[in-house]
Design a binder for this molecule. Sequence first.
Ligand code: HEM
Ligand code: HEM
Length: 492
Amino acid sequence: MENRPLEYDYTVTKMFMFMTIVLGIVGMLIGVILAFQLAYPGVNTILGEGLAEYTNFSRLRPLHTDSVAFGFTLSGIFAAWFYIGQRVLKVSMAESKFLMFIGKLMFWLYAVGVVAIVVSLFMGITTSKEYAEFEWPIDIAIVIIWVLFGISIFGLIGIRREKSLYISVWYFIAGFLGVAMLYLFNNMEVPTYFASGGVGSIMHSVSMYSGTNDALVQWWYGHNAVAFVFTVPIVAMIYYFLPKESGQAIYSYKLSLLSFWGLMFVYLWAGGHHLIYSTVPDWVQTMGSIFSVILILPSWGSAINMLLTMKGEWQQVASSPLIKFMVLGSTFYMFSTLEGPIQAIKSVNAIAHFTDWIVGHVHDGTLGWVGFMIMAALYHMAPRVFKRELYSKSLMATQFWIQTLGVVLYFTSMWIAGITQGMMWRAHDEFGNLAYSFIDTVTVLHPYYTIRAVGGLLYLVGFIMFAYNIYKTMSARPVEEYELQNASPMGA
Ligand code: HEM
Ligand code: HEM
């Protein structure tokens, strides 16, 4: 794809790689703290009663979800876009001062946005909508950042030399359009300060929708955030990095297009599975269930395409830890996209909803698929953007096994905990009296919460090993002397 001698400019890629690592460490560290808080409530006041307002579970939880989803994951996606985009479109960022400016502006606004989000969430300023907690001034900043992202995508496409758009570019465009639409509609809100003529906090707002409508829009958004943040751009990444790393052509281009359109069409109708047995109309719930089951087809279409790309070259899985990350990542993707549809079946959801089984599902997808793929992408990019050899392949292999053990401990403990919880909550005697009180379930679940916390800790340890490996790669001697002049602002 990149045979011509074109000097790609990775300044913005490097900036977002740095952000991916920092926010990954912060977000996962908070995840580990949350996990220990659930197992050992004393951890809520670990910094003393005086600071408990800031360190308790409810204040930290949105900081975790937002820093891993919109911090770690989005930064990884941006880093990958500014790398893949140039290469598959055969155009360098250096060729357009305007696009370079847009990329850097996007990064710095994003950095300011991150600080604003961390401060406001710590202060308890929140809309209280999951994954959409930010108040209206931050929403406006997010929209501007997203527009800049769009300009970078369509700008690079506009000046490209390669006529055909590689499948990854399709997925990036879809990710951009999908999030733009979801974010705008779900965050339609009225700032109360202005609406009431100056009463209360300037940050506060209320949703434009109310009651059941609000819930419907929220979960149309929530579910599709999974589609357009945790799935579509990550698929874009693997479609580029797996063939590059393995030297194999993608198994089927037709299948990639078929599953692309399948994902686009089916995902948008499945959000109702978050609201089963709620006040939304029954047909919406049934539609959510049915489309969720259909969603297996395009999801597995992509995953099988990725796995079959390794056809005839399976020995690489044994020899290359980087290929291991991608192949296991695809496997976890298959896994969570089978588990999700099962949980969307009404009778199964009656047991699974509100339980830890959902949290298990979330993390086999995010840790096993999203996390593994983003780390694999950074591992692939680091030697190329810093023009240095990767510091240690054996450290990467050790990290792979530590993190795999971490994910397995996380989701198996949450499966057992969740199904136990669901069964205990509904158990009753022959007169209809509940067999257990809530505290009974809490006691039974304690060991599983501890196992999850240990699993999460292992994953974090692996992530710190990854950060160290990238740092050592960056600061190693350049592969060729002349590249010293092009060395990264953060490196060497
Ligand atoms: C075929 C694809 C998928 C389907 C049909 C699906 C289905 C579901 C269902 C039924 C729930 C539980 C709703 C509830 O009762 O509360 C759920 C929750 C969730 N899933 Fe999936 N899932 C899929 C793939 C994924 C993937 C690949 C990821 C992440 C990489 C993911 C992340 C999540 C998240 C974050 C939640 C929790 C939302 C919340 O309550 O906060 N899902 N999913
Ligand atoms: C060291 C790794 C991690 C640990 C220990 C961890 C731990 C946790 C804990 C304890 C919760 C709260 C569960 C509850 O409320 O019962 C949670 C929620 C969540 N985490 Fe993580 N997490 C980790 C990494 C990640 C990553 C990398 C992502 C995404 C890329 C992620 C996405 C989420 C989401 C979406 C939720 C909300 C789930 C729901 O509402 O059902 N986590 N995590």
